[in-house]
Design a protein around this ligand. Structure first.
Ligand SMILES: [Zn+2]
Length: 472
């Protein structure tokens, strides 16, 4: 079955065919974080969608070359550094580190490259692209010394967003904010230095300044992936103006179609509302971990709704996610026990190869994760029933375990089994004994000793669960 994806550019479901029909290699560009604060769960919803897309394409035999940029210079990062009284690079470094920590927690596959906007190599490329755009009449330097893209000279501008520019069209020059742009929709390619920028800036043919956000992605994408790329992703709020601008800049320079497929992930709401700091419903990954959820719980909760549907994040939803994962854990445990047991009933053993591709087929359909998970839980129910009746033989259990391995390469939801260091294992053991003897004072003491070593003991129905402490 062919993979079909919804292309924002055409607003249609399209059959996916890579640029190079002969080769299995695909180029994928995903807009990354702006490192002025810790990314929030809404950002990670988009990154998890991109992770799922990459892993499914890989499961279908493609080799994905993915780039994700890190925006480490813009108004917000500059303001943050100024307020903190530290150099820009030092200010952004902490949030870069936090970002990598969070993607590790959520098991998001790392991109092949994470280029930073301030890397001189890309600054140089941004400058040379802007020079080309000016030489072609697609950009101009305004009286405020900044350089702008002239959207009226790029007839396709607005096609991605399906945006009607006639409302913005004006006759002659308009004053917009403090800038003297030709058209209200013209966007900055190069921002002239001003006092607020302090010591941040690069020399350019137009004087000292810094690049706009949009040109950053065009320069990095074309530098690392070439003039044309297969897939470009982001959140819906990237469509306009960011991705529209990326098309105009890239195609204005190369004269070639920049992206074959544009995919965008819908918003995340919290308790039905837009997430905002003022509403007190703004969460980072550590905020959710602090409520005793794991990275795996968050991964599942952010993954399970189709990417083009708004996802409503709630604490009840988090609990449901944890319960769903518990069902998977129990099922795997039972299958493992069954796979080594002597077959009790006569059934034809199912081979992994003969197991259905329903899960993958659902993902082929524009990454229909809800249907794919629906099939997984149906399978869990059916095989559990078969095990209840002693009707699943060892070879069938093995086949289902292999099937799980296959689909888990995409989901990455298996419980992490960690080898406890000997010292930790000994304390955990003593604590289990103390609890059996109802010596709660001792068990509390041992819990604290475990904490001091960076481990957490959580009591469960049938014992205790030892996990690494968040951030330890
Ligand atoms: Zn971007």
């Amino acid at each position: 079955m062919a993979i079909r994806i919804f292309n924002t550019y055409s607003r249609k479901l399209e059959e996916f065919s890579p640029r190079d029909p002969a080769g299995p290699e695909i180029d994928m560009y995903t807009c990354g974080p702006t490192v002025y604060s810790r990314a929030h769960i809404g950002n990670f919803r988009a990154y998890i969608f991109e992770d799922l897309l990459q892993r499914h394409l890989e499961a279908r035999g493609f080799k994905v070359h993915r780039v994700m940029n890190i925006t480490d210079v813009d108004d917000k990062t500059i303001r943050g550094a100024r307020e903190a009284g530290v150099p820009l690079a030092k200010f952004t470094e902490q949030f870069k580190r936090a970002f990598f920590e969070d993607i590790r927690t959520l098991r998001i596959k790392r991109a092949d490259e994470f280029p930073s906007a301030t890397d001189q190599r890309y600054i140089d490329r941004m400058i040379s692209m802007i020079e080309t755009l000016i030489s072609r009449g697609l950009a101009y330097q305004a009286e405020d010394r900044s350089v702008y893209f002239r959207i009226n000279k790029f007839p396709d501008y607005g096609k991605l967003a399906h945006f009607d520019l006639t409302q913005l069209r004006s006759t002659g020059r308009v004053k917009h904010d403090e800038y003297d742009k030709e058209h209200i929709g013209d966007f900055a390619l190069w921002k002239a230095w001003d006092e607020e920028d302090g010591d941040i800036g690069w020399e350019s043919p137009w004087g000292r300044g810094r690049p706009g956000w949009h040109i950053e992605c065009s320069a990095i994408a074309t530098a690392l992936l070439g003039d044309q790329i297969d897939i470009h992703c982001g959140g819906v709020d990237n469509i306009f103006p960011h991705h529209e601008a990326e098309i105009a800049q890239s195609e204005g320079v190369t004269g070639k179609k920049f992206v074959r497929y544009w995919l965008h992930c819908a918003h995340l709401l919290v308790d039905g509302q837009k997430m905002s700091k003022s509403l007190g419903n703004f969460y980072t990954i550590p905020d959710v971990l602090a409520k005793e959820y794991t990275g795996r719980d968050i991964r599942y909760a952010l993954m399970r709704v189709h990417y083009r549907t708004q996802l409503n994040f709630t604490w009840d939803g988090m609990t449901e996610a944890r319960e769903s994962l518990g069902r998977i854990d129990d099922w795997l445990q039972r299958l493992r026990e069954c796979s080594v047991s002597v077959p009790l009933a006569k059934t034809d053993g199912q081979q992994a190869g003969s197991l259905p591709y329903t899960f993958e087929d659902a993902l082929d359909d524009d990454l229909n994760i809800s249907e794919a998970l629906g099939f997984l839980f149906e399978t869990i129910r059916d095989t559990n029933r078969a095990m209840d009746r002693n009707e699943l033989d060892a070879s069938s259990a093995n086949a289902w375990l292999n099937w799980w391995k296959r689909i888990n390469a995409v989901l990455d939801l298996e419980m992490e089994t960690i080898e406890l260091p000997a010292e930790v294992a000994k304390l955990a053991d003593e604590r289990a004994q103390a609890r059996l003897a109802k010596d709660f004072r001792k068990s509390d003491e041992l819990r604290e000793q475990l904490n001091a070593l960076g481990w957490e003991a959580r009591d469960t129905k049938d014992g205790q669960k030892i996990t690494r402490r968040a951030g330890a």
